[in-house]
Design a protein around this ligand. Sequence first.
Ligand SMILES: Cc1cc2nc3c(=O)[nH]c(=O)nc-3n(C[C@H](O)[C@H](O)[C@H](O)COP(=O)(O)OP(=O)(O)OC[C@H]3O[C@@H](n4cnc5c(N)ncnc54)[C@H](O)[C@@H]3O)c2cc1C
Length: 287
Amino acid sequence: MRLSDYDINTIHSTTLQSTEVITPEDSEAEVRHLVLRFDDEPFHYVEGQSIGVLAPGPYEFGNNHHFRLYSIASPSQGDDYRGNSLSICVRRCFSIDDISGERYPGLASNYLCDAIPGDTISITGPYGLQFKMPENEDANLLMVGVGTGIAPFRAFVKNIHKRKGGWKGKVRLFFGARSGVETLYLNQLRSDLALYYDKASFQAFEAVSPKPQNNEPPDLHRCILDNAVESWQLMQDPKTYVYIAGLVEVGRRFELAMEILAGGKEEWQDTKASLIASGRYAELLYE
Ligand SMILES: Cc1cc2nc3c(=O)[nH]c(=O)nc-3n(C[C@H](O)[C@H](O)[C@H](O)COP(=O)(O)OP(=O)(O)OC[C@H]3O[C@@H](n4cnc5c(N)ncnc54)[C@H](O)[C@@H]3O)c2cc1C
């Protein structure tokens, strides 16, 4: 779906309650956890949905705002379970001009990363139901999220802990971040995922960058292959739900690993088709 296809006619006003850097100080990347409090009527959403953010203009071509999407990173009642807020996790982005090499700040992400508590932020949505959690507590969850792709899974894991009081199926999270030390939401500064999961069923596997000094992306492919036997067994289990989130490159690396585990491209496509047909496969990938 193109950005221009999203309905942005209903705009909700929110106030930025808090903004916190969640990447370590020595990381080149800046990712922030933002909590937005609803100003007027309640804003209903579920885990796995995204919101639109309208960065105020004016901008080129007469646009009054710049619209971008962000995955909701809190459970449906908010991080504090009071029902009047939501959280997002935003990476400060830049685009590089191919010819001049010049770096231009991304409008929406820089607007959000520069915002201070008390600022008003206009949002739209929520959009999408791609990442609906299964009701059945015996279900296995296989989650793959690199960089900001971890946001929807944070909501899942918090929700499992709070609402369900533990989960009976296996929960597996493959995650990673560009610098290897920058382990979103699982870093030493804020080991908050560790507070929420039930240790008996939850395991997280960190993909690290083969060359962090060159800023190479984490090796998700290797990380999945290192856990090949269990990953593939889970993929065959009719109780398993698969979720992939993050940049398009993450999806590509996941597919490559699965093709090896399945014994070929076609074999993996067959498995994926049956997962999709039974509503057990969802992707949330962005450029
Ligand atoms: C469904 C959906 C959910 C999304 N969820 C999130 C989210 O939870 N957190 C988040 O930070 N972004 C998320 N994004 C990306 C976000 O919508 C914006 O594209 C991003 O913030 C850049 O917007 P901008 O206006 O700042 O810069 P733009 O000028 O639009 O882009 C600047 C550059 O940043 C790159 N870029 C975009 N997103 C990322 C990213 N997450 N990590 C690294 N590079 C990136 C772009 O390819 C481009 O080269 C999501 C996108 C979609 C479609």
